[in-house]
Ligand binder design. Structure first.
Ligand SMILES: Nc1ncnc2c1ncn2[C@@H]1O[C@H](COP(=O)(O)OP(=O)(O)OP(=O)(O)O)[C@@H](O)[C@H]1O
Length: 514
């Protein structure tokens, strides 16, 4: 990967005349603590105009805290941050796109973009401006669409459009690609390169290594709040970065799969969940799929082709207009997600802030949310037992926290995600686990922990349904893969027949030749 890149020196001169170096950002010995937690410790680096910096580190390493200080949202305890004055085309100092989206769901795309403009504009002007910036991004999203109706990936693109309506001196992108598909990622990269060429310095956070090497010039690696490496990305390999991130060599990433014979046998038995001719207006068309016990079944496809809707039907979040859902052979109709939970079905939703976590509540309260009524059947819930149970989860998934009583809002994004997944580990009655983009924002090391846990659940007989925007994750983890296109299932592939090519063929409307 690194070998194929052009020289970072040539990229560095973007936006400046050859030989001219313009410093965009200087960060001098910056530190920040939250109580006893040293979130950022003595970080010291600089970035020139037009440079793209990869900011990497495990969950909880301090990336978000550093970004919040760079954007001016948080003051350093010690040290100094300087961002250059805007000049020429550059309109403001810093723009930041957060990992958790900040758009107003009840407003249109154009209305959301207009909120960020200094001068007020008439409605037609706002719509024209919105159209222009969406076109600049090359994004095919209607400026009149209500944001709440867009997919997570589309919302992410609107969020980026909002950040670049006025070109900033420094653009900070916190995991902008975590819910984007390949073509959307390319769009985003094009837009970032264009901004860099015009002189914007960019800080880019992603847990997807390939993307960093494709886009970035420089790299800053953080571990436990400290800066452990800073320099030209082209002189480092992926293995170098992972080693400095985790402070050790990493071993195999994905656990062993179920044996093909076992998958076939499970498939012949009554499925844990089965959908028969299920349709949801405008989203799913005549979908028939089955999820056998003890098997990890992935549903792959480009974003917005029905995978997420299918997961929601199984989890009782969405009700089918036609067709039948069977749970262990019996037709069911879940009135609420709670009814699905009572039927042994757990759900990890893609947007943890909207659909999953009570942010102000403790790790313990969040982890116990789904399973508590079943675990403590006696009706007496001992706080000590509860804490011990949750501590087990926190240790298994290596959640980085001060204590199990810490409010979830204080955890880093990846660690919040681990709490969301961990919730289901303590539920012995769990028989079906629906994972809708479970490792969004989760770092390399923690992903491996989540994969191990998911495999252990499947080995215990749980039917796992995995929807993911990360195709590598699907190919690495699943025992079988359904592929969807335009709300229909276009094929079903066994693990050994699922390759990037075979999945993409089906995901773009090709027929099943398997
Ligand atoms: N408001 C806060 N109160 C208490 N602790 C906090 C607060 N914000 C962050 N922390 C702690 O600071 C440390 C660094 O967190 P930060 O969010 O910067 O990590 P990160 O590298 O962005 O992680 P991720 O990849 O999971 O987003 C963590 O231990 C986190 O729990």
């Amino acid at each position: 990967m690194t070998e194929q890149r052009t020289s970072p020196v040539s990229q560095k001169t973007h936006g400046t005349r050859p030989g001219e170096r313009r410093e965009a950002l200087t960060c001098t010995h910056v530190s920040k603590s939250f109580g006893p937690t040293r979130a950022v410790a003595d970080v010291d680096f600089h970035l020139d105009a037009g440079e793209v910096l990869a900011l990497v580190g495990e969950n909880g390493a301090g990336k978000s805290t550093l970004m919040n200080m760079l954007s001016g949202g948080l003051a350093p305890d010690t040290g100094e941050i300087t961002v250059a004055e805007p000049t020429g085309e550059l309109g403001r100092r810093v723009a930041m796109v957060h990992q958790e989206l900040s758009l107003f769901a009840n407003l249109t795309v154009a209305e959301n973009l207009a909120l960020d403009h200094a001068e007020p504009a008439s409605e037609p002007e706002s719509r024209a401006r919105a159209r222009a910036v969406l076109d600049r991004l090359g994004v095919d999203i209607d400026e009149d669409a209500t944001v709440g109706d867009l997919s997570v990936g589309q919302r992410q693109l609107v969020e980026i459009a909002k950040a670049i309506t006025v070109a900033p001196v420094l653009l900070i992108l916190d995991e902008p690609t975590s819910s984007l598909e390949g073509p959307q990622v390319e769009l985003l990269f094009r837009a970032v390169r264009r901004l860099a060429a015009a002189g914007t310095a960019v800080v880019f956070v992603s847990h997807r290594m390939d993307e960093l090497f494709e886009l970035c010039d420089r790299v800053l690696v953080m571990r436990d709040g400290a800066q452990v490496d800073f320099g030209d990305l082209a002189t480092r390999t992926r293995a170098d970065l992972v080693a400095s991130m985790v402070g050790r060599e990493t071993t195999s990433f994905y656990p062993d799969r179920a044996a093909p014979d076992a998958v076939r046998a499970a498939d012949e038995a009554t499925a844990a969940v089965e959908l028969d001719g299920v349709s949801v207006a405008g989203r799913l068309h005549d979908v028939s799929v089955s999820f056998p016990a003890g098997v990890i079944t992935a549903v792959a496809g480009l974003e917005g082709h029905g995978q997420s809707d299918l997961a929601e039907v199984v989890a009782g979040v969405r009700r089918p207009d036609h067709g039948t859902v069977r749970r262990s052979g019996r037709a069911v109709r879940f009135a609420t997600p709670r009814a699905a939970v009572r039927a042994g079905i757990g759900y990890v939703a893609p947007d943890r802030r909207l659909d999953g976590l009570l942010l102000d509540q403790s790790i313990t309260a969040n982890a116990m949310l789904a399973a508590a009524p079943r675990i403590f059947r006696s009706g007496f819930v001992s706080a000590r037992k509860e804490r011990a149970t949750v501590l087990g989860v926190v240790q298994t998934l290596a959640v980085r926290c001060a204590s199990v009583l810490q409010p979830v809002v204080e955890l880093s994004g990846g660690n919040q995600q681990k709490v969301l997944v961990g919730r289901w580990l303590i539920d012995d009655d769990l028989q079906v686990l629906v994972l809708n983009d479970p490792t969004r924002g989760v770092d390399v090391g923690s992903r491996a922990q989540i994969y191990d846990v998911v495999r252990a659940l499947a080995d215990r007989g749980v039917a796992v349904l995995l929807v993911s925007t990360d195709l590598q994750e699907i190919l690495g983890l699943a025992d079988q893969v359904y592929v969807m296109y335009a709300g229909r299932v276009t094929g079903r592939l066994p693990a050994d027949g699922a390759t990037e090519q075979s999945v993409m063929h089906l995901a773009t409307g090709g027929n099943d030749h398997v």
